[in-house]
Design a protein. Structure first.
Length: 215
């Protein structure tokens, strides 16, 4: 059976969130392709993981017999997150842009699963796992746009998920999501609607492609 690790991070629930709406479409298609499969779901907005602590960090570099009780407890929680990543045949992450970067809850998850000598380094335990990130944003930050230099979501996650963890990474980018709410952006509504439509189409297509690949 296949396993999908699905992580949402938007502070907005359900259809009020562009990233959640698109990850839900991906997951629905995935489950149609793998009805007997398993989905490990983490909603980091409603149930955040602990930020990395000195005990959790240092335990990763200490032999088990030499760990303090505090290190052992913190590392057990960290290993649970790492094992979920290692068990996954595919990874799906909703990563809306907040203040030009990723939600702090997603950063906390990344700090926990990045472990040199296991998930990072010469031998990476999740190497090659396909991953799709739904990187929604209220404006447009693509090449050639006025705010191109403020894009710290895709470039950061490219470095961490692909460069460090070795995941086979792809992005879906619903943009201009504030166009229907901000009167100053009203002329951009058609572009937003086109971006939203494309995002849902990409979610369905990529879910089918990855589901077939890992079958």
């Amino acid at each position: 059976m296949t396993t999908l690790l699905h992580i949402d991070t938007s502070v907005f629930p359900g259809e009020a969130s562009s990233s959640r709406s698109v990850t839900a479409a991906f997951r629905k298609t995935w489950e149609e392709q793998h009805p007997e499969g398993t989905v490990i779901y983490r909603d980091l907005a409603s149930d955040p993981v602990p930020h990395i602590t000195a005990d959790a960090w240092s335990a990763g570099y200490a032999a088990p017999p030499g760990r303090t009780p505090g290190q052992s407890t913190a590392f057990t929680a960290r290993v649970r997150l790492i094992e979920e990543l290692e068990q996954a045949d595919a990874v799906l992450i909703g990563a809306p842009m907040y203040n030009y970067s990723i939600p702090s809850t997603l950063k906390a998850w990344l700090d926990n699963v990045l472990l040199l000598g296991r998930t990072a380094g010469e031998s990476r335990s999740a190497q090659g796992t396909p991953a799709v990130v739904v990187a929604s944003r209220g404006g447009s930050y693509g090449p050639g746009t006025p705010r191109e230099g403020y894009e710290f979501v895709q470039n950061y996650l490219e470095a961490v998920l692909k460069g460090t963890l070795g995941l086979d990474l792809d992005f879906i980018v619903p943009e201009l999501t504030m166009a229907t709410r901000n009167p100053a952006m009203s002329e951009l509504v058609p572009l937003y609607e086109a971006s939203r439509k494309r995002a849902f189409e990409d979610a369905t297509t990529k879910a089918k492609e990855i589901a077939a690949r890992v079958a």
